[in-house]
Design a protein around this ligand. Structure first.
Ligand SMILES: [Zn+2]
Length: 312
């Protein structure tokens, strides 16, 4: 069984071992704000209990989240893993000069902690966003924002740690880096794009330096210059998307779990938009003549139709 072992006293996170027993602990629940009573009996593990109110489900999670944040803020030290996709990158314990609290960070991205190092000899300052995970992972919308802003971000996953954790054990975990991974590094942009959109096919077309969406079967997205707008929408949409190193987004008409109905839907749309072409196919020895769209179609990760190569 899990116990609440950290609570808030005057807005500061305190351990059950650093407070007075009973109501004299003067603590509230980090999640619901209810008054807590410290139970420091000899029979059971020391813990906080809600006083005259129901135990709330998320109290323990929230306390762990605050604890992880506080350790990073205070030590300004963590193991930063090697950046995937960068050959010469190595993981190491890195120390920063300053930790910026969540509420002091400007802009639409609010990491749990932002670490900053002063300018080095080459005049470059280092910034690292740190997310502490206790339940939800960083969502896709946030990932795209990171991509747009180019902010290096790591996640420390505390969601599955053993329940008998202490402040020291969490600090050790943060320093050994076992549960730390990169969410995004601008040094490996292409790697992360591919990681997120694992079934993308890189378009061979080069249209220049603009972002854009074309051939959207839903006919909803227009060409948009210089923004990630299209990519976000397409990701949510569930249709196929492809992105090239030159920032082209090309809808390939993939529908999630496509079936005959899905293919017919795409056929109908492309017919209306004049994108169809006639194709002679041989399937299982049988000759078929079909009209088909001029871009690839996927079923899950499997390419089932590619006009460029004539595969089916
Ligand atoms: Zn509570």
């Amino acid at each position: 069984m899990k116990y609440l072992q950290f609570a808030l006293r005057n807005n500061e996170l305190v351990s059950i071992y650093d407070v007075s027993n009973g109501l004299a602990c003067d603590c509230v629940c980090p999640e619901c704000g209810a008054t807590l009573i410290a139970r420091q009996g000899s029979n059971r593990t020391y813990h906080f209990a809600h006083y005259k109110s129901e135990e709330c489900e998320k109290g323990i999670e929230t306390a762990l989240h605050l604890l992880g944040k506080r350790i990073v803020e205070q030590t300004k030290r963590l193991f930063v893993p090697r950046i995937p996709g960068i050959e010469k990158s190595v993981g190491k314990v890195t120390e920063y000069d300053e930790a910026i609290e969540e509420k002091r960070i400007d802009g639409s991205i609010k990491p749990d902690v932002q670490l900053r190092a002063r300018m080095n000899l080459w005049g470059a300052g280092l910034v690292l966003n740190v997310e502490i995970r206790v339940s939800h992972a960083v969502d896709d919308a946030k990932k795209y924002k990171l991509l747009e802003l180019g902010i290096p971000t790591v996640e420390i996953d505390l969601s599955n740690i053993s329940t008998d954790y202490t402040e020291e054990s969490i600090e050790q975990l943060i320093l050994c880096g076992k549960n730390t991974k990169w969410i995004y590094s601008p040094r490996a942009k292409q790697y992360f794009i591919e990681e997120w959109l694992c079934d993308i096919k890189v378009s061979k077309l080069k249209y220049g330096k603009y972002y854009w969406v074309e051939y959207c079967p839903l006919n909803e997205y227009k060409t948009v210059y210089g923004r990630w707008w299209g990519e976000l929408k397409c990701h949510d949409c569930g249709c196929a998307d492809a992105i090239s190193p030159v920032k082209i987004l090309k809808c390939m008409g993939k529908l999630k779990g496509i079936d005959l109905e899905g293919i017919e839907k795409i056929e109908k749309i492309v017919r209306e938009r004049g994108l169809l072409k006639s194709v002679d196919l041989v399937v299982n020895g049988e000759k078929l003549h079909r009209e088909f769209c001029t871009y690839p179609i996927f079923k899950g990760n499997e390419l089932i139709y590619d006009s460029e190569y004539g595969k089916f």
